[in-house]
Design a protein around this ligand. Structure first.
Ligand SMILES: Nc1nc2c(ncn2[C@@H]2O[C@H](COP(=O)(O)OP(=O)(O)O)[C@@H](O)[C@H]2O)c(=O)[nH]1
Ligand SMILES: [Mg+2]
Length: 347
């Protein structure tokens, strides 16, 4: 064994810190562990697809003939560094992916974004959902379960706060007309898609998804996994039956999984399916960002008042006054009202 153990996983030897080295010679007589370790020059890059009880499914060699999935654990040298779905990592050890093989994650790359939520609005303790997503597909059903505009607002705020571009996706249009819901969001300048599972606009979605990482969020039972299965046929995500009494999904996918989507022409992207969450707390979000998120996604009305500033640059109270005065129509008033309630619960 070399002086720095390569199999941290099974190594029960206590870590040496500088003080222990100073007062007590290494009892085994070999060189002590130090904080500086060799750089694992031979490490293989990969992306975390899913996390399950300390084990990670990782895709390596993406888009090459050697693309394959492996199982990995966390190298001890990573300490308590969080590793989440969507993370780009470096791996050493057995990266063959053969049955029973186990690699180790030795590095987590710097993240471009981090989507978080808190358990509830008064709770600043955050839960990480995914890393490195650049788009958020906010999935709502036209019916069954009934769409909740307030939840959409929460997702919009979380997306803005994390620097992720939101797209509104209304499914189950075979069950109800999505127009009333869409009218509520007419004041927003965001991409909107509407469809049913039998008419998924695959080409349009593919264009949106290639070269990006898109996280699908939404209440349980809205059709996220159904959509992911259309876009990534090999995904075989569990889809659920919605309880018609409670409107809640059952037997649905309970894990967050990052999947490689490949278009017919060979281009690719990543789509992340998430389990439905009952609440999406914003306790970790700076309240100022709640109104900013609205301004950032609102249509800037033509003919801004002379001498006035564009809505997107207005102060928070100005945004409220101007929108309540009708600048963004009924839809704007409804959104501002919803955001005010959000501000009340998170303040
Ligand atoms: N009628 C109808 N049902 C759908 C549609 N999309 C999904 N479903 C059904 O809704 C249920 C929940 O779908 P699922 O994809 O598991 O939702 P998820 O919890 O958001 O992942 C399943 O029984 C799907 O078959 C749709 O466009 N129309
Ligand atoms: Mg699902």
């Amino acid at each position: 064994m070399s002086w720095w153990s390569d199999d941290d996983e099974d190594d029960d030897e206590p870590e040496f810190d500088e003080s222990s080295v100073r007062v007590r010679p290494n009892p085994k007589g070999n060189r002590p562990r130090t904080k500086t370790r060799p750089a694992h020059d031979d490490a293989v890059p990969g992306r975390i697809m899913t996390v399950d009880r300390g084990r990670f499914a990782v895709l390596v060699n993406q888009d090459t003939p050697e693309e394959h999935e492996i199982t990995a654990s966390r190298a001890r040298e990573l300490g308590r560094t969080a590793i989440v779905t969507g993370d780009w990592v470096d791996l050493v050890g057995d990266t063959s992916g053969d049955a029973g093989s186990l690699a180790r994650v030795v590095r987590v790359h710097e993240r471009s974004t981090l989507l978080r939520r808190s358990a509830d609005d008064s709770d600043a303790v955050e839960r990480v959902i995914v890393a490195n997503a650049d788009q958020m597909l906010i999935v709502v059903a036209a019916a069954n379960p009934e769409p909740r505009a307030r939840l959409i607002d929460r997702y919009l705020v979380a997306a803005f706060d994390a620097g992720i571009t939101p797209i509104l996706c209304v499914t189950k249009t075979d069950l109800a007309d999505p127009a009333p819901l869409l009218a509520e969001f007419a004041c927003l300048d965001i991409r909107i898609l509407t469809f049913s599972r039998d008419e998924v606009p695959v080409e349009e979605l593919t264009e949106l998804l290639v070269d990006r990482t898109t996280v699908a969020v939404g209440h349980s039972g809205v059709g996220k996994s159904t959509l992911v299965n259309v876009l990534v046929p090999s995904a075989e995500r569990a889809t659920g039956v919605v309880n018609t009494v409670t409107g809640r999904g059952r037997h649905t996918s309970s894990s967050t999984v990052c999947l490689r989507m490949r278009a017919a022409d060979g281009r690719s992207g990543w789509i992340i399916d998430t389990p439905g969450v009952r609440s999406f707390g914003l306790g970790h979000v700076d309240p100022a960002n709640i109104l900013r998120s609205f301004a950032a996604t609102a249509f800037v009305p033509e003919g801004e008042p002379p001498g006035g500033v564009p809505l997107t640059e207005a102060h928070d109270w100005e945004i409220i006054d101007r929108v309540e005065a009708g600048e963004l129509g009924e839809s704007g008033k409804a959104r501002i009202e919803s955001l005010r309630k959000l501000l009340d619960t998170t303040a």
